[in-house]
Design a protein around this ligand. Structure first.
Ligand code: AGP
Length: 590
């Protein structure tokens, strides 16, 4: 998830682009760059790291008067965060920025290389500008149209070319892109944040929209038809814009899960099975078992992974908590694949565990959300989760994408094809207004008890652990996740009306077993909120999920609900949802 901006006007074009990028830095800051077209000349600057490096690098470059500009801040998915891989990417006389993933970039690249066209970067994006120039004859717009027709995947892209020095070409599929204007300037952006306070009117482009702006005339097309321009008003408050209208970054990230989970599957989940460009088919040669090591929410994702790897890939999988692993003098053997999971890639306990495994000569694999982080740089191989920047300290979308990678990995190793089920997960992650309103109302009844038990069986046990962790982190109330069948071995002693039980009752997995565990708690008068597609008498409150034919679809629907329950209870308690007390987004100390 990168950020792109564009500008057409005469009010200090470089500053307009840099300001816009600063507002989008929350989307990614591995590298940044811009191109400005003025009087038929293209001026471009790129740098690695945060926008301030680009500001520094371009400080001597000054340009006045009317011009056109495109700019980009990067969240690396294809190719390391280097200057070569930073956007814009160039061909002979054109420049392009892009947010998204071009799924078929390798086949396009091979075609063009056969024609003697060379590529500088490791990115998927560079194929757009190279293909454009390869198709360019007399009509640049025709060439642009034929270029985007060949692209598969997700893209919001802006292109400049000396062949049309007064024009910006644009297209949108999947990734967000808007056009905004005031009386004398036109802006492009990935979200409202860069244009709030600068422009008055906005058009949010839809999938399949493309076109060009020339001489301040916007030409918007869809399916080869030129469209009417329907402008709407822009919001006034910038922080509001960065949260894209949500109250908190955590809320925004909960709602984003149905989108980012598609990015996680992009170029990996196919009708004929799973492919990881990061791993070759004999990656597991010599490996007889897997050890998963992580902390916090990532550890809970790892626990889900251990169920799926043993079930789908028939590989013995053990779990380790990073801080425990470091000092338990573990017996490490070279037939073990050491798999670490981390959103930030900087968690000290997980990083040190990885160093120990490397030192013992184990093959290592990382599942991470931040490219070029310490863990990514150290691990032999890395699969990026592509959740985009996660600002809320309480992890949500990173967990969703970590579980999806582990699930795909279990099918990849097991040679199983669950493509049809995968394609239902984005919908399962959708938050409906009806559901959210129901949880807002219900949460008022769960504020004053002496504690919570989240219970579940199989993959719903780690989900129970995760639900309890989310609540603890932001409500500061005591909560535990527990295997449903384990309650009778002690914790049920706490059961009374002030003990709140959140029961995760799957229809597709151990329904009767879990139901009887719920009845055990109900018979001791615990207050029970059951989440299931089937209501049972012995529950006090009930949140219905959709009937489905696979427990992982139920898993994701329940995941959303446990996240919303934690958030709405914490809102009622007046806590800081994004920056809860005593916590840090990345724990880089022991
Ligand atoms: C989760 O909401 C917390 N922020 C915390 O438990 C976190 O999962 C843990 O610190 C591990 O972080 P990582 O995924 O960045 O390694």
């Amino acid at each position: 998830m990168c950020g792109i901006v564009g500008y057409i006007g005469k009010n200090n074009i470089k500053e307009q682009l840099l300001d816009g990028l600063k507002e989008l830095e929350y989307r990614g800051y591995d590298s940044a760059g811009f191109s400005i077209m003025k009087d038929g000349e293209l001026y471009s600057y790129k740098s690695v790291g945060k926008i301030k490096n680009l500001v520094e690098k371009s400080k001597k470059f000054e340009i006045d008067g009317f011009g056109l500009g495109i700019a980009h801040t990067r969240w690396a998915t294809h190719g390391k965060p280097t200057e070569i891989n930073a956007h814009p990417h160039f061909a002979e006389f054109s420049s392009v920025v892009h947010n998204g993933i071009i799924e078929n970039y390798q086949s396009i690249k091979q075609q063009l290389e056969k024609k003697g066209i060379n590529f500088l970067s490791q990115t998927d994006t560079e194929v757009i500008v190279k293909l454009f120039e390869d198709k360019l004859e007399n009509d640049a717009f025709e060439a642009f149209k034929n270029t985007i027709k060949e692209l598969k995947g997700a893209y919001a892209t802006l292109l400049l070319t000396k062949k049309e020095p007064e024009t910006i070409f644009f297209a949108k599929v999947g990734s967000p892109l808007l056009i905004a204007k005031n009386d004398e300037e036109i802006f492009f952006a990935s979200s409202d944040a860069p244009v709030v306070g600068k422009a008055k009117k906005v058009i949010y482009l839809e999938d399949g929209d493309y076109g060009y702006i020339k001489n301040n005339q916007i030409h918007l097309f869809r399916n080869d038809k030129e469209l009417q321009l329907n402008w709407s008003d822009l919001p006034k408050n910038r922080e509001f814009a960065q949260k894209e209208g949500f109250r908190f970054f955590m809320e925004k990230e909960i709602y984003e899960q149905s989108h980012v989970i598609i990015d996680t599957m992009m170029g990996r989940a196919y009708e004929n099975g799973i492919k990881f460009e990061e791993l070759d088919k004999n990656f597991l040669d010599g490996i007889t078992n897997i050890t998963i090591c992580a902390c916090g929410t990532s550890y809970h994702a790892g626990m889900v992974g251990s169920y799926l790897l043993q079930r789908n890939a028939k590989i013995k999988t053990t779990l380790e908590i990073g801080s425990e692993f470091r000092y338990k003098t573990p017996l490490l053997t070279k037939d073990t694949l050491f798999l670490v999971i981390s959103q930030s890639g900087e968690t000290a306990d997980t990083l040190e565990a990885l160093k120990m495994a490397k030192k013992a000569g184990l093959k290592t694999l990382a599942i991470c959300n931040v490219d070029n982080s310490s863990i990514v740089r150290l691990a032999d191989k890395t699969i990026l989760t592509r959740a985009g920047i996660e600002k809320g300290v309480a992890s949500t979308k990173a967990f969703a994408t970590q579980v999806m990678v582990l699930w795909m990995l279990s099918d990849f190793f097991g040679g199983i094809n669950e493509y049809k089920t995968f394609m239902k997960i984005s919908k399962a992650c959708e938050v409906t207004e009806k559901l959210h309103e129901k949880i807002k109302r219900l949460s008022k009844r769960y504020l004053n008890g002496h504690g919570f038990f989240y219970i579940g069986r199989d993959v719903f046990y780690p989900l129970a652990l995760e639900g309890a962790l989310k609540l603890k982190e932001i409500s500061y109330l005591h909560a535990e996740g527990y295997p449903a069948g384990e309650m009778k071995h002690g914790p049920i002693a706490l059961a009374d009306p002030e003990l709140y039980t959140i029961a995760l009752l799957s229809k597709n997995l151990l329904f009767d077993k879990t139901k009887s565990n719920i009845e055990e708690l109900s018979s001791r008068d615990s207050t029970i909120l059951t989440i299931s597609c089937e209501e049972i008498e012995t529950t006090d409150d009930f949140i219905k999920i959709n009937e489905s034919n696979h427990y992982m679809i139920e898993f994701y629907e329940m995941m959303i609900i446990t996240q919303l329950i934690a958030m709405e209870i914490s809102v009622r308690l007046g806590n800081d949802i994004d920056m809860p007390r005593n916590l840090a987004k990345s724990v880089t100390v022991e």
